[in-house]
Design a protein around this ligand. Structure first.
Ligand SMILES: [Mg+2]
Length: 233
């Protein structure tokens, strides 16, 4: 019996092509910091620091700590100058990217139904972003953060997808048996890997990303199929 449903965000509850979104995001960020340093160099270090964060499996350091340890050593601008600029970016510029995205309420409608039916919910987005940027993207998908018991961000997590440690950390937070959990996502490698810990898995088939890892999953389909599997009318 499923008691907890974990949802990925990008390409799952938020119907976007991740590659397109990331391009728009890095371009806007580059423009924002152009008065401080060369945008191309900045983005290169940002992506490298993001990869460091993904690779790092030290349980003692948050993703945020890993990111900044690497990133501040690479960029020519001191942290106390760049951080306020980034904060302003996430507050003012980042929301504008959402206005260019054509989304819908399908995921949000299902989330409300799941709450009404007593399911516990987790927003299991790859924790590479600050909380503000995750909450903002949830807004684009018409989601209410209050419906989720846990929202994974770079501040509160110590691991990233596709590592099973990321899902293990969520299970420990929930104090729940993996057999009672279902991970729903659009990425075979990053999301369906939760099955290795004994969680049930559902591949949402709208914006599927499959790098050929061959990771198995239990179910696949659209939101209607998911409702059916979870016994929701
Ligand atoms: Mg996704």
């Amino acid at each position: 019996m499923v008691k907890v449903v974990l949802f990925d965000l990008d390409g799952t509850l938020l119907p976007i092509e991740v590659e397109t979104f990331l391009k728009g995001y890095t371009k806007a960020l580059g423009i924002k910091i152009a008065h401080l340093m060369d945008p191309k160099t900045f983005i290169k270090h940002l992506l490298d620091a993001t990869n460091k964060m993904i690779e790092d499996k030290n349980a003692e350091t948050t993703n945020e700590q890993v990111f900044w340890k690497y990133f501040s050593g690479k960029i020519s601008v001191p942290e106390d100058i760049i951080v306020p600029v980034l904060n302003e970016f996430y507050e003012k510029d980042f929301p504008l990217i959402g206005s260019t995205i054509d989304t819908n309420r399908r995921g949000a409608v299902l989330i409300k139904k799941l709450r009404e039916n007593g399911f516990r919910l987790v927003l299991a987005t790859n924790p590479l972003f600050p909380k503000g940027a995750v909450i903002e993207r949830m807004r684009w998908a018409f989601l209410d953060p209050a419906d989720f018991e846990l929202i994974t961000t770079y501040e509160n997590m110590h691991f990233c997808k596709p590592h099973t440690e990321y899902y293990q950390e969520i299970l420990e937070y929930l104090e729940e048996d993996p057999a009672h959990c279902m991970m729903v996502g659009n990425d075979v490698e990053e999301d369906m890997v939760a099955g290795k810990l004994g969680m049930k898995t559902f591949l949402l088939n709208h914006f599927v990303i499959d790098r050929g890892s061959g990771i198995p999953y239990e179910y696949s389909g659209d939101f209607n199929k998911l409702s059916q599997v979870l016994g929701i009318k």
